[in-house]
Design a protein around this ligand. Sequence first.
Ligand code: ADP
Ligand code: SR1
Ligand code: MG
Length: 422
Amino acid sequence: MSSKTFESFSKLDEKGSLIDYINSTPTLAQKAGYSNPEELNVKEVGDGNLNFVYIITGPKGSFVLKQAVPYIRCLGESWSMTKERAYFEAAILKEHGQLCPKHVPEVYHFDSTMAIIAMRYVEPPHIILRKGLIAGTEYPYLAEHISDYISKTLFHTSLLYLSTTEHKAAVARFCNNVEMCRHTEQVIFSDPYMISPISRWTSPYLDEDVKAVREDNQLKLEIAELKSKFGERTQALIHGDLHTGSIMVTSDSTQVIDPEFGFYGPMGFDIGAFLGNLILAYFSQDGHSRYANEREGYKQWILRCIQETWNLFEAKFIALWNNNTEHCGDAYLEAIYNTPELKLIVQQKYMKDLFHDSLGFGAAKMIRRIVGVAHVEDFESIQDASKRAECERRALNLAKKIMKERRNFDTISQVVQAIQEK
Ligand code: ADP
Ligand code: SR1
Ligand code: MG
């Protein structure tokens, strides 16, 4: 077999160098377990926006090989983007995987020169959650699983659990994911609120709505506050792109992939990403109905999932906080917060602020998917443009309301009610 070496970066090609790469990487060659490269099956499945993803299958097993290229795939080679993102993705998969192994695929191999990660193949019948939501499939454990993932990963990487020394070291380790953060700032917190050559929307139907966003000073004040929190708050090691396209599901399994945008940021950014994308899925349902009210029951399930996710997350996060007395972080010292009453007040304030952050970030994520550069399949797959625009407008108006009035919401059921009223 060939034992070609890969000492500098080159983009793998499906037929040639990819096979050479596997041949020269014992961990991967053993995983596939072949004696002749002809026994390997390679399939490129990258339906994501940035990278190339291959499923490799051999006689003994399968794995996924993901390669970052020095640009954003969906925008073309002229749109440069550091391939160092692969390092952060691998590091976060490992870190989050330790904290929540049930919901994060195992990393088998990482190569920083080639920007390659090999990981568990999240096998069929797993599909991308967004596709399941478009198809109208219910996932009975989704809220349970995602609340598990976000509560464990966010709590254990925060100052509620870590000492200042541990937390600062971790912040430093991930703070170099600069280009990804800069990209997020641009596409979520800037472009939708200004004239940007890369933004698009369902035109001409939403032309006035887009103009209204750009002229809405109250909205601009709110997005500035969220942008500052995104850039300045090192609260926990967040996934950074936790939309429904970064989650693979079956009826009883949930796997979180693709944390290449991760860094120490505000917890609400992850929670909001998930909830905001479920709300987008909700508003897209009428566009997928073949007859009136066909998806009514399904819409109710999405709303229950939104409600359960937050409520379960809150309960699990508080339980972790209360039960981790052995490893108490430096945020709230026992010597100061020393009565049950005071602890309760502190926790209530923390969760209320986190709830409002999650709503703000969730709304920002909804707005960017309607008037920004990267749209979501939930809406894009609605062929009739006027019907699509109608769904998008309802989602946009709800997002604007939530972003502006988020501090007036006390409970997730009030949010659900606001969704239903749109
Ligand atoms: P990108 O970073 O380009 O967004 P993703 O990580 O989202 O790429 O992956 C693109 C697609 O590849 C996913 O939508 C999914 O279909 C597939 N995929 C990625 N990782 C895995 C995995 N570990 N197991 C199975 N399929 C995967
Ligand atoms: C061109 S923007 C691509 C987007 O896809 C990823 O999922 C991120 O959300 C990014 O902003
Ligand atoms: Mg992706």
